[in-house]
Design a protein around this ligand. Structure first.
Ligand SMILES: Nc1ncnc2c1ncn2[C@@H]1O[C@H](COP(=O)(O)OP(=O)(O)OP(=O)(O)O)[C@@H](O)[C@H]1O
Length: 460
């Protein structure tokens, strides 16, 4: 909810703001333009609003000139509250913020003449301001075909038409070449010397150093520092650019030795160095030898970095709601961890069970195979045994027949004895093949003996 603009009690400064806040709506939500801006700018001289891009310089100028409205805070210009008192200040403020609403088809001079008559300023004033911005020769050119430099000079001329007490200029040298930059800066400086209070917003450190008397450094929509240029920027701070093979190791070494180091790709910038040789000495202790060691003046980033307060990291005391949320999150984390552990355990048990079942199945299959192999072996043994018996029977019968055939008939006494001996020596039952029948079982010991006896009897 926007706060009402507060009125600052009587003030003799040129510009003063108190707790100025401006936010913008954007697709990313609320964006802070300036946040609690307390500005104090003396009357006279050149004052620079200095800051990195996005620090809130243009927003501040737009709030001061009534181009934007604050959400909160107070503004006074020459003691007059803004925006309510702006009509009273109309003749005292000139501003170059954004493009002037010039007509493209008309010359610069014609556009200025129209503005002058609308503001009740005499036409002679047009030539004066054109001379002041060094544009007299080029003022007949149509505004649409003017260069950036000429347009900026025309905008400045328009802001000067009514001879303001306060001139507000956003980025005076933006888009200008070296000559244009120098001339615009000189013009601003001359105006200040004639008694105009000049406020410039710039992101160029050298611009502030060249033309400003006082400076306000902005950072993230807040005032980081205010004072004279000599106090804030001119205290001969030197930054040393260091180039070497191991920038990471070198940065660590230098920081450990107390240097303020900014890494920039392969380069290091060491800020606030009194004696550059100290850097070489610190690096040499770690056997690091820079290929380049170039002292330079600080840039704006270094200045802002140097001026930023070092905020101590105090532990934040959580609110009740935050505490509850943190506890809930911790409980949820514990529950999640337990659930994951249970799932891992169950998965392991299932895997173990599957492995045990596999082993049992393999053992059963092996046992079955062994039984089958055993049975097959026994069967083969029986077949082999039968074959062996048959072979033995054949051999025994043949031997008997050939012995009988070779014995003389007178020796009939010994025949029975020889037959009996043969039968005894060969326990396998002789006889015709077909009598063997399909018997598969080997005769038992008792059976074999009685059969032998019978055969012996039969032969006798
Ligand atoms: N019209 C806008 N809508 C949304 N955000 C804005 C708008 N104008 C400025 N901002 C945001 O407000 C912040 C301050 O911007 P501002 O233009 O004031 O800074 P600056 O210092 O002038 O920067 P630059 O030098 O780049 O102009 C930035 O984050 C910027 O993106």
């Amino acid at each position: 909810m926007p706060y009402p603009v507060r009125v600052i009690p009587g003030s003799d400064t040129a510009v003063e703001t108190l707790g100025l806040r401006k936010t913008y709506r954007s697709v990313r939500g609320r964006v802070v333009g300036v946040d609690g801006l307390d500005l104090r700018m003396p009357a006279g001289g050149v004052h620079a609003l200095l800051g990195l891009p996005g620090s809130g310089k243009t927003t501040t100028l737009r709030l001061l000139t009534g181009l934007a409205h604050a959400d909160a805070g107070a503004i006074k210009i020459f003691g007059v509250p803004v925006p309510d008192g702006l009509p009273d200040l109309a003749g005292r403020i000139g501003a170059v913020v954004g493009e002037p609403g010039f007509q493209a088809g008309l010359s610069g001079r014609r556009n200025l003449a129209l503005l002058a008559s609308a503001a009740g300023v005499p036409r002679t004033r047009v030539d004066e301001v054109l001379a002041r911005v060094l544009l007299t020769d080029r003022a007949r050119l149509a505004y649409g075909s003017c260069s950036v430099d000429e347009r900026r000079r025309l905008a400045l001329a328009a802001a000067l038409l009514h001879d303001p007490d306060l001139l507000v200029v956003d980025e005076p040298s933006e888009g200008l070449d070296a000559v244009g930059t120098r001339e615009i800066r000189q013009a601003l400086r001359r105006l200040a010397d004639r008694g105009v209070t000049v406020l410039v917003a710039t992101g160029v450190l050298t611009e502030a150093q060249q033309i400003a008397d006082t400076v306000t450094v902005l950072d993230d929509g807040r005032v980081l520092a205010q004072g004279t240029v000599a106090d804030l920027l001119g205290d001969a701070r030197v930054s040393v650019r260091v180039r070497l093979d191991e920038p990471g190791k070198a940065a660590t070494t230098l920081r450990a030795a107390g240097f303020k180091v900014r890494a920039d790709g392969e380069l290091l910038h060491v800020d606030g160095v009194a004696e550059p040789a100290d850097i070489s000495r610190a690096l040499a202790k770690q056997k690091l030898f820079p290929g380049e060691l170039a002292p330079q003046r600080e840039d704006l980033a270094a200045v802002v970095g140097r001026l930023r307060p070092v905020v101590p990291q105090t532990p934040k005391v959580p609110s009740r709601a935050e505490g509850r949320a943190a506890r809930k999150a911790a409980e949820q984390q514990t529950a999640d961890r337990k659930k994951a552990a249970d799932q891992r355990k169950a998965a392991k048990e299932a895997a173990d069970e599957r492995a045990a079942a596999d082993v049992e199945a393999a053992e059963k299959a092996a046992a079955k195979q062994a039984a089958a192999d055993d049975k097959a072996a026994r069967k083969q043994e029986a077949v082999d045994a039968r074959a062996a018996r048959r072979e033995a029977q054949k051999t025994g019968a043949k031997a008997l027949l050939s012995r009988r055939a070779s014995e003389p008939s007178s020796a009939s006494d010994g025949q029975g004895t020889a037959d009996a001996d043969t039968a005894k020596a060969d326990p396998v039952e002789p006889g015709p093949q077909k009598d063997q029948g399909p018997a598969k079982k080997a005769p038992s010991k008792g059976q074999s003996q009685s059969q032998s006896d019978n055969r012996a009897k039969g032969s006798r």
